[in-house]
Write a protein that binds this ligand. Structure first.
Ligand SMILES: [Zn+2]
Length: 143
């Protein structure tokens, strides 16, 4: 496992707002890795920083250290398809996530892993999409 490859956003930006934003990403999926469903311990850039990926919600997904380190700088979808825990519903969820459709992403994740993710309220998610700057509000999503 290459934990040194994991991206901890506090290291990139110590602002509290970013910390909250990071937490909100984990909370969104019930603190589970978007790839394999294990506990998420890091934020993975779908498009790696080294390939010009940005630290924005649409490019940052909750991931366990194992997936994050293993994926490294590979294209997320190419890498994910090769994993034995590959689940097409999760792949679709990642697509939806990077398209900014968090509501669809959570639905797909819920489908793939019904026990982990609380039933998100559509209204709250929709409200979030109108105010992406405020990570604090997003934290209520999975509450
Ligand atoms: Zn994982």
């Amino acid at each position: 496992m290459h934990t040194r490859d994991a991206v901890f956003l506090e290291d990139l930006c110590p602002k509290l707002r970013v910390r909250r934003w990071r937490q909100s990403i984990h909370t969104c999926t019930g603190k589970s890795c978007i790839y394999c469903g294990k506990p998420s311990e890091s934020i993975d850039h779908v498009v790696p920083l080294s390939r010009g990926g940005l630290s924005i919600t649409e490019n940052c997904v909750p991931a366990c250290l194992s997936c994050n380190g293993d994926k490294s700088d590979f294209d997320a979808f190419d890498w994910y398809r090769r994993q034995r825990f590959y689940d097409p519903r999760r792949a679709m969820a990642i697509r939806a996530w990077i398209d900014g459709d968090l509501r669809l992403a959570l639905r797909l994740l819920q489908w793939a892993q019904p026990t982990t993710i609380n039933n998100p309220k559509e209204k709250e998610i929709k409200e979030h999409s109108d105010q992406k700057e405020n990570g604090e509000d997003w934290a209520y999503l999975a509450a």
